[in-house]
Ligand binder design. Structure first.
Ligand code: KIV
Length: 263
């Protein structure tokens, strides 16, 4: 596939074309994901749950993400590689810069940070030094203990407005992509319309510019309950490469997510 950059995604947004994203943690799956023309691969801290068997993403270290980013980068053939900054990897601006540098040197093209409007200063420092940033808003799983569970965010008018305002503020600070997790579809639509940069959704409805799922979830390999926003693409596929292509196609033609996957 032709190399995907942030400007590729921005042009797709401007043209009103959707793009697909998946998590990836190793070289073999990375090669299959790019062969399916999926535009973005995220080395997510979800690896703490799906690979390591923890019950949250909190135990994941920067070294874990570095290792899996190196693996993914070796198998990639053109997709944009985004690596997650794990829990407490940005306790200070200095520490954040050091850790983001490690992820970029491991093969990431950009990093993803969970938070709210307070991320603005850090995002400016990162982008100033050549580290593009995706700001992850809405349900940010690293806050699970603060929330008391994995709960849909932005359900009240005030909470929805706070997410929209934070998106705009973080784009002004330099964020190149916004990722929205588990918000009502209407909030997904409003954020996508409010910002000029691409918006990726997971459980954020059909209006975002891109969609992302955890790889194992969309292949139907789970250890327990699956979230409402997940669709198992293996159900109608003969092989993993076919399931990956079906996912990409379903995002492109906007048949995924459908009403049943939305809040
Ligand atoms: O860690 C992860 O995989 C993520 C996605 C669920 C967006 O943040």
């Amino acid at each position: 596939m032709k190399t995907v950059t942030i400007s590729t995604l921005t042009k797709l947004k401007q043209a009103g074309e959707k793009f697909s994203c998946l998590t990836a943690y190793d070289a073999t799956f990375a090669s299959q994901i790019s062969a399916a023309e999926i535009e973005v691969m995220l080395i997510g801290d979800s690896l703490g749950m799906v690979l390591q068997g923890h019950d949250s993403t909190l135990p994941v270290s920067v070294d874990d993400i570095v290792y899996h980013t190196q693996c993914v980068a070796r198998g990639n053939n053109g997709s944009l590689i985004m690596a997650d900054m794990p829990f407490m990897s940005n306790p200070s601006t200095e520490q954040m810069l050091v850790n983001a540098g490690k992820l970029m040197q491991a093969g990431a093209h950009m990093i993803k940070l969970e938070g709210e409007a307070w991320l603005a200063e850090g995002i400016t420092e990162l982008t100033r030094r050549g580290v593009p940033v995706c700001a992850h808003l809405g349900l940010t799983p690293q806050m699970v203990n603060q929330y008391g569970g994995y709960k849909v965010q932005g359900k009240t008018e005030a909470a929805a407005q706070a997410i929209i305002a934070a998106s705009q503020e973080l784009v002004d600070a330099g964020a190149s992509i916004i990722l929205l997790e588990c918000v009502p579809s209407e909030v997904g639509r409003l954020v996508t319309e409010a910002v000029t940069v691409p918006v990726i959704g997971i459980g954020a409805g059909p209006h975002t510019d891109g969609q992302i799922l955890v790889l194992q979830d969309m292949l139907g390999i789970t250890m327990g309950r699956t979230a409402r926003f997940v669709r198992n693409f293996m159900v109608d596929a003969q092989s993993i490469p076919e399931a990956l292509k079906h996912y990409h196609q379903a995002v492109k033609d906007n048949s995924f997510p459908s009403e049943e996957h939305c809040f």
